[in-house]
Design a protein around this ligand. Sequence first.
Ligand code: ADP
Ligand code: ASP
Ligand code: MG
Length: 407
Amino acid sequence: MLIIQKYGGTSVANPERIKNVAKRIARFQAQGHQVVVVVSAMSGETNRLIALCKEVQPACDPREMDVVISTGEQVTIGLLAMALKDIDIKAKSYTGGQVRILTDNTFTKARILAIDEANMRRDLNQGYVLVVAGFQGEDEEGNITTLGRGGSDTTGVALAAALKADECQIYTDVDGVYTTDPRVVPEARKLDTITFEEMLEMASLGSKVLQIRSVEFAGKYKVKLRVLSSFEDEGEGTLITVEEEKNMEQPIISGIAFNRDEAKITVLGVPDKPGIAYQILGAIAEANIDVDMIIQNVGQDGSTDFSFTVNRGDFVKAQKILEDMLPQVGARQVIGDNKICKVSAVGVGMRSHPGVASRMFKALAEEGINIQMISTSEIKISVVIDEKYLELAVRVLHRAFQLDQPS
Ligand code: ADP
Ligand code: ASP
Ligand code: MG
């Protein structure tokens, strides 16, 4: 079998752990498998590099920022290749550029366009273990690019797709995907399987155990994707599956996701007439700011209030854009709140079970948690609440949907 193994930052946090990873790889190779390894930077390293950039140039130049923040992974590929050689395993490190992972040129959040597998294939056939830097690639002009936070997951899955690997294993500090972040709810349970659809929603709603793009890739290219612990030798982890493969007895809700990284902006006294939403959100989109939830109230006296959420990092910028536009739009005032968060319940079982929303709202009401915004899709319900209730809300919903009970 050809296996891609991706090791996250905590799994390569120090020399001892790197040596442990090398031993695990050696065991797989001894079983007759070909192994391509993708590694992240040592834990904390990417944050440190970002902070350095900000200290030198607060509005970091994106091209140069990628030059800096891609270096964390270059250290770990070298170290892991050395650890492998030290136990007599033929190994070779590869930067993203050396593999030729071609991306677009959106620095700091580039997308992978193509992967040249020729060199890797040649080395694999000669018995090498390949150690590839996650999170990085190169654009057409040879500029170094990075794939966004958590991007090593995507490197792993993209390599699995390009090499048509039998499985992509994501090794991390938890032994699988849980019903919610086990750091927030200790009673969270590990799921043996989760569907691609659910995992996509969980990832996009804030569960950072897998970068969303890695799940998209795996779904699109039918990569067998598994999340496992790098600290345990036993265990099957969590397999991401297509829905048909899952057993018939679906729980209604599979998991609770949350995102602290949210902010809400409200434009008060907006004229209630055609074109207003376009005027407001068009300006926001032009500034490359993603908008998530949107609410427009029923107009009264010819005017209405218009609210939407953005990433917390874009809050100040978005607010400024709208304040400058106030006279033009004919609105009264812009107010904002960056102390909010989003909590979501996700599950394909929702499709066939009505009443999920009311159960969710009831559980929150019983704790006196006020819901500021709601959005739904076929398989998820999200609410925006005050950030200070985040942990409470997640725990309460986890219990309300009996996620702490064995299914
Ligand atoms: P790595 O450095 O290995 O990429 P990450 O920190 O990116 O690891 O992802 C693993 C972390 O994701 C876990 O430590 C856990 O706190 C968090 N997490 C959030 N939601 C979930 C979930 N539903 N199941 C498992 N882990 C989750
Ligand atoms: N080192 C990068 C980050 O911290 C990529 C990754 O770990 O997946 O975001
Ligand atoms: Mg990660």
